[in-house]
Design a protein around this ligand. Structure first.
Ligand code: PGA
Length: 251
């Protein structure tokens, strides 16, 4: 049985105070939820304050990125995975499409970041997904297969136990245009087959695959009904504690 994961990606939103307030409201609203893992990803400056306030609760904290470097050193502006662990966060989102698009993230850097995350005892939420042109030209599966092959290259079965995949079609992110549950299910099943091929059937069966892209309180349960959809990575609708709590309580 794969335990569902509902993760909120706050992107570049909220000051420290607002991040903490939202986290505290969320903690209160989801305190009884045991059916899924709950994660929030604030900006770096709010990581520690949010993690401190959520300590001992059923809500974990994630960073939105980290350095490819495993050791501390001369990398102005970068943040090492062990500094993220030191803040109290347990997860790092790696390879989000916005970082691929605006920050030159490649499958090679995604792979290096995953290794840094795992080496420092954290877990990675690894994002993959095609853009509109790629989907319309029938290339979606090839693109996702390439991202998986490059991003997960060389990872062992033990490494994979600490990896969550997020399928986020770029054309559905922040656009209000969600993939249909059928489209998402089809790609999730494809991703699972690829992991079975690259790792093992057992590994594929136990890997959580989240859907991301305009997930809202109104569409979460139809998505969660699908066999291979194990949760959601939520952007806009996670910024408000009440809306995110109703996504967490999708059942
Ligand atoms: P969205 O973002 O829910 O606002 O579409 C999802 C994401 O980018 O993780």
């Amino acid at each position: 049985m794969r335990k569902p994961v509902i993760a909120g990606n706050w992107k570049m939103h909220k000051f420290v105070g607002d991040s903490v307030d939202t986290a505290v409201d969320l903690k209160r609203s989801v305190s009884g939820a045991t059916h899924c893992e709950i994660i929030v990803a604030p900006v770096f400056t709010a990581l520690k304050s949010v993690a401190d306030r959520l300590e001992g609760s059923n809500v974990s904290v994630s960073a939105q990125d980290c350095s490819t470097e495993v050791d501390h050193g001369a990398r102005t502006g970068e943040i090492c995975a062990d500094m993220i662990a030191d803040s109290g966060a347990k997860y790092v989102i790696v390879g989000h499409s916005e970082r691929r698009q605006f920050n030159g993230e490649t499958d090679q850097s995604v792979n290096a970041k995953i290794r840094a995350v795992l080496q420092h005892g954290l877990r990675a939420i690894v994002c993959v997904g095609e853009d509109l042109r790629q989907r319309e030209s029938g290339d979606a599966e090839r693109v996702v297969a390439e991202q998986l092959a490059g991003g997960l290259a060389g990872l062992t079965l033990a490494d994979m136990e600490r990896i969550i995949i997020a399928y986020e079609p770029v054309w559905a992110i922040g656009t209000g245009k969600t993939a249909t549950p059928e489209q998402a299910q089809e790609m999730h099943a494809f991703i699972r087959r690829r992991i079975a091929g690259s790792h093992s059937r057992e590994c594929a069966d136990s890997t959580r695959i989240l859907y991301g892209g305009s997930v809202k309180p109104g569409n979460i349960s139809d998505l969660m009904d699908r066999e291979d959809i194990d949760g959601a990575l939520v952007g806009g609708a996670s910024l408000d504690a009440e809306s995110f709590a109703s996504i967490v309580n999708y059942k």
